[in-house]
Every structure is written in C-alpha cells, then in structure tokens.
Design a protein around this ligand. Structure first.
Ligand SMILES: Cc1cc2nc3c(=O)[nH]c(=O)nc-3n(C[C@H](O)[C@H](O)[C@H](O)COP(=O)(O)O)c2cc1C
Length: 317
C-alpha cells in the first residue's frame, strides 16, 4: 500500500501536507514537495484569484509533484474552483476533497487524469468514498486541528478500522507530528500520514509568528472544541476569543446566530494576524509534540530519521 501511494503521488516519503485554510499557500506546498513529501495548495480561506496565484507560485517553486485541497462545503459554489483545478491539471498530481459529499466531483477530476483523495472520519464514510471511486482515503481522527468529523473517532481507533474495510491506500491524519507517529500509523495499517499542525509551526508557513509560538508552547490539553453546539466540531487553541465563543455556545444559539463568531474571517485574524483576542487559530493535540519552528525540510528529514530509528528499536522489544 505504501508503495502504491508513493507511485500514485510520485513522492519519496509517505508524508502529505493537509489542506490548510489560510496557511496552505504555494510556498509551503512547494517546500513540502521539495523535501520529498506531497504539498497541497489549500483552497479554503482564499479568493478564487488568490487560489490561482498560489497554484502558480507552487508551479514556479518546485518541479516535484504537488496537489490541491478542495473543501467543498467551504465554498458556496465550488464549480469555479473545480474549473480552476482542471485548468492546471497538467501541473497537479492529485486532488483532495473534504467537507462535503465527494461523489459528484470524483469522476470529474479522474476524467482529467487526477487521482482523488477523500478525507473521511468514520469507517462507514470510508466505504462510501471507496464505492464512489476514491483512489486514496485520508482518515482523519479527532485529535486533528481544524474541522473534525462529528462522530469524534480518534486516529488510533479509526485507522485500523478503515484499513480493514477498504482496499485503497489509507493516509492517517490527526495527532501525527513526529517519526513515532509515522511508524504507529504504518503499524495500524496506513500507507502514510498527513500533517497539519506540525507544518503550521515551520519557517515557510505564513502563519503569524505569535500563532507559531503558541503552538510551540501548547500541550495537548491546550486545545478545545468550538461549534459543537451546532453539530460541528472544530479543534482550536484555547484563547480569550475562544472562551467568548464557548460562553455564547452555552446559550444554545442557532447555527446562523453562531456563524458571525466562527466565520473564516475570525480564523484569518487568529492565524495570519496572530490576534487570539479577536479571532481563533486551529491546532491539533499533536501541538504537545512540537517544540521548535524548523524549516519544512527539517521537519520531514527528522520525521524520516525518527521513523527509521523507531523501526530499528521495535525488534528489540
Ligand atoms: C490550520 C489548519 C487548517 C486546516 N484547514 C483544512 C482545510 O482547509 N481543508 C481540510 O481538508 N483540512 C484542513 N485541516 C486539517 C488538515 O488538513 C489535517 O488533516 C489535520 O491538521 C491533521 O491533524 P494534525 O493537525 O493533528 O496534524 C486544517 C488543519 C489546520 C491545523
């Protein structure tokens, strides 16, 4: 499965950059691909024009394969994003789809020669996505930064259950931030891993310096969930603004009433301005494993070295 994944994506290491709203720009995607992983330009938090510009930056900054992430539900009309992705199909290696029903989109991208990765958070949705034709499944556990599946299944429980019921490669996402996580994911039946929070705190990431430092200082218990009162679960750093959101949620607001507090602009303020008094920033529980702000190349080479060391250690147990 790992070999199949590496061939499908044309990469050296089974390490992917997740779609990262506001953060996953062309420079970061190229840095991940240049380091032997699979970078993805994120569509969330960008205008259509900026999404195109970031794809162009990635094209200019790497000759290694990279892809794009399309969170369907984040866009009122995803069709113009689909057209844009198809326009650049000869430069892209794969598309990942999240936050919505992937079924109508899978054949469109595959017809253009682009393998499709679908983000799922339960074994049932994994089977559905495979039946719909997904080439790769990204199984994301509840430890992950950002929007999580409402069933709140953890990575450790999710990966083996998904791997047992599908025959396409499975990528583990959520809580992986070092080489031990990579080896554990492979042991659980994954073919590779997808990183989110670890890549936010890197030199090449456009996240505000204060946001990066908050991740470095945070431990797993310094994240919390917002939006649960309206049936969504979103993992963010604990901070003054988030306290206000949680207080408001205790009044059981409707989704429409809560929206002004949790809309993308509030995430932009937290992530790009580093202002956690007036906005929020995503982080997974793996923040407790992050102690520095290295380059992306360092993150990936260290992760590979740590994984090799962990594999050498296992037979001695
Ligand atoms: C800052 C940030 C933004 C994210 N934005 C998206 C997104 O736009 N689309 C998506 O599919 N997933 C998104 N995610 C989830 C990641 O792609 C990834 O699956 C997740 O972060 C993995 O868990 P980790 O944070 O523990 O590494 C985001 C995560 C973070 C931390």
């Amino acid at each position: 499965m790992k070999q199949r994944l590496l061939e499908l994506l044309g990469v050296e290491h089974p390490i992917l950059e997740g779609g990262l709203a506001y953060i996953g720009d062309g420079r970061l995607a190229a840095a991940v691909s240049n380091a032997g992983g699979f970078g993805q330009v994120g569509s969330a938090g960008r205008s259509l024009e900026d999404f195109e510009k970031q794809i162009q930056i990635a094209i200019e900054s790497t000759n290694k394969p990279f892809g794009v992430n399309l969170p369907i539900g984040e866009h009122s009309d995803p069709s113009e994003r689909v057209e844009l992705i198809l326009k650049y199909k000869q430069h892209l290696r794969a598309v990942s789809i999240s936050a919505g029903n992937p079924r109508p989109f899978i054949p469109v991208f595959q017809a253009a020669g682009l393998p499709v990765m679908v983000v799922i958070s339960t074994a049932m949705h994994a089977q559905k996505a495979e039946q719909a034709g997904a080439d790769i499944l990204i199984a994301e556990g509840y430890e992950a930064g950002g929007h999580n599946g409402p069933s709140e299944v953890t990575t450790f429980a999710l990966i083996p259950q998904v791997a047992s019921c599908v025959s396409v490669p499975v990528i583990a996402a959520g809580g992986v931030a070092d080489g031990r996580g990579l080896v554990a994911a492979l042991a659980l039946g994954a073919a590779g891993v997808q990183l989110g929070t670890r890549l936010v705190a890197t030199v090449e990431s456009p996240a505000h310096e204060d946001y990066k430092q908050k991740i470095v200082a945070a431990r797993a218990e310094d994240t919390t969930m917002i939006e649960r009162s309206v049936g969504r679960v979103t993992r963010v750093l604990k901070a003054p603004y988030v306290n206000g959101v949680l207080t408001f949620e205790r009044t059981f607001p409707s989704s429409d009433e809560l929206y002004p507090l949790v809309k993308g602009e509030k995430n932009r303020i937290g992530a790009l301005e580093g202002d956690l008094e007036h906005g929020f920033a995503y982080s997974g529980q793996g923040c407790g494993l992050i102690h520095s702000i290295p380059t992306v190349a360092d993150v990936i080479s260290t992760m590979v070295e740590e994984a090799r060391a962990a594999l050498r250690h296992l037979p001695t147990l």
